[in-house]
Write a protein that binds this ligand. Structure first.
Ligand code: NAI
Length: 286
C-alpha cells in the first residue's frame, strides 16, 4: 500500500502512546480515521485534540479488543461511517504481569485476551471485508522486540508477543498464497515513551487478582527504574514514521531499534547450535 489520501484507517489502542502516534500520522497522510480504545475519557480527549488540528473525518469508538463482539461492532462502525477499511492497526496492548509459574490465571487471561486474542479476532473479523473490497490495503500487528528474543519482560507478555509475530508470519504467507492486494507487517518496537507502565488502569475488575498485596520496596524500586527507562524511550511520532516507511516498502518485520539485533542473532545461533541462552540476555533494562 503506498497511497493513503482519503483511505480509511482503524487503530486500536488509539487514545495513547504508539496508537495515538499512528493515528496522527494517518491524519497527516490525509486518511479518515477510526480510533478505538477501552479508555473512554482518554479517547474523547484525543479525538477532540485531533479535531482541533485536522479537518479529516475522525471517529472515536469505545472498544474492548479482548472481546470479539466488541471488535465486530468496531468493524461495522467503520463500514457504516466510511464504507471501507484500508489500513488496520491491531495495536492495543498491556504490559502484563507474572512470572512463568507465578502468573495467576487472571494475569494470563488478561494479557492473552488483550495482546493476542485481539489480533486473532482482528484478523478474523476484518480480513474478509478487506479482501472482499479487492483494493490495496495493509494490516499492522503490534508485537514487540520481546516477541523476537526470549526471557525478557514478563512471561505472559513475552508469550503473547511471540504469538503475534507467529500469527503475522502466517498472515503474510496466506496473503501471498491467495494473491491478495493486502500486505501485512508485524511491528516490533524497542522501548517507546508511552503509558504502558500504567496498563493496570485498564484491567477489568473480574480479572484483578483477589490477593493483590501492596508492592514491596524492591518492586517499587524496579518500577521506578522501568519508568525512568521508558521516559527516555523513542517518541511515538518517530515510531509512526518508521511504520509508514515499512508499509510503503511492504516490510513484514518492522523494528524501531537496531541495537537489539545482536540478541536476535544470538538467540537464532543458540537454537541452531543447541546452546543454552546466557542469563545476561534475560535482562531487559540494561
Ligand atoms: P499505552 O498504554 O500508551 O497505549 C495502549 C492503549 O491500549 C491505551 O490507550 C489503552 O487504553 C489501550 N487498551 C488497553 N487495553 C485495551 C483493551 N482491552 N481494549 C482496547 N484498548 C485497550 O501503551 P503503548 O506502549 O502505546 O502500547 C501499544 C502497543 O505497543 C502494545 O501492544 C504494546 O505491547 C506495544 N509495545 C510497546 C512498547 C513500549 O515500549 N511502549 C514496546 C513494545 C511493544
Amino acid at each position: 500500500m503506498d497511497y493513503f489520501q482519503d483511505q480509511v484507517a482503524v487503530i486500536t489502542g488509539g487514545a495513547s502512546g504508539i496508537g495515538k502516534g499512528l493515528a496522527e500520522k494517518c491524519l497527516q497522510e490525509g486518511m479518515k480515521v477510526i480510533l478505538a480504545d477501552i479508555e473512554g475519557e482518554a479517547l474523547q480527549v484525543t479525538v477532540d485534540a485531533f479535531r482541533t488540528n485536522y479537518n479529516n473525518p475522525i471517529v472515536g469508538h469505545i472498544t474492548d479488543v479482548s472481546v470479539s463482539s466488541s471488535l465486530e461492532a468496531l468493524r461495522d462502525r467503520a463500514l457504516t461511517e466510511f464504507g471501507a477499511i484500508h489500513l488496520l492497526f491491531n495495536n492495543a496492548g498491556v504490559g502484563g504481569a507474572g512470572g512463568a509459574w507465578t502468573g495467576t490465571e487472571k494475569d494470563w487471561d488478561w494479557v492473552i485476551g488483550v495482546n493476542l486474542m485481539s489480533v486473532v479476532h482482528g484478523q478474523r473479523l476484518f480480513l474478509p471485508v478487506m479482501l472482499e473490497q479487492n483494493t490495496p490495503g495493509h494490516i499492522v500487528n503490534t508485537a514487540s522486540v520481546a516477541g523476537l528474543i526470549g526471557g525478557v519482560t514478563n512471561a505472559p507478555y513475552s508469550v503473547t508477543k511471540h504469538g503475534v509475530v507467529a500469527l503475522t508470519e502466517h498472515l503474510h504467507r496466506d496473503l501471498l498464497l491467495a494473491g491478495s492486494k493486502l500486505g501485512c507487517s508485524v511491528l516490533c518496537p524497542g522501548i517507546i515513551n508511552t503509558n504502558i507502565g500504567s496498563s493496570a488502569r485498564n484491567r477489568p475488575q473480574h480479572l484483578i487478582n483477589e490477593d493483590n498485596p501492596a508492592p514491596t520496596d524492591a518492586q517499587l524500586a524496579m518500577r521506578a527504574q522501568f519508568d525512568a527507562v521508558m521516559a527516555k524511550g523513542m517518541l511515538p511520532g518517530q515510531v509512526a514514521n518508521i511504520v509508514f516507511n515499512g508499509i510503503r516498502d511492504q516490510q513484514l518485520y518492522i523494528q524501531t531499534h537496531e541495537h537489539f539485533n545482536d540478541r536476535i542473532q544470538t538467540r537464532a545461533e543458540d537454537i541452531i547450535q543447541g546452546r543454552n541462552p546466557d542469563p545476561k540476555l534475560y535482562q531487559w533494562l540494561d
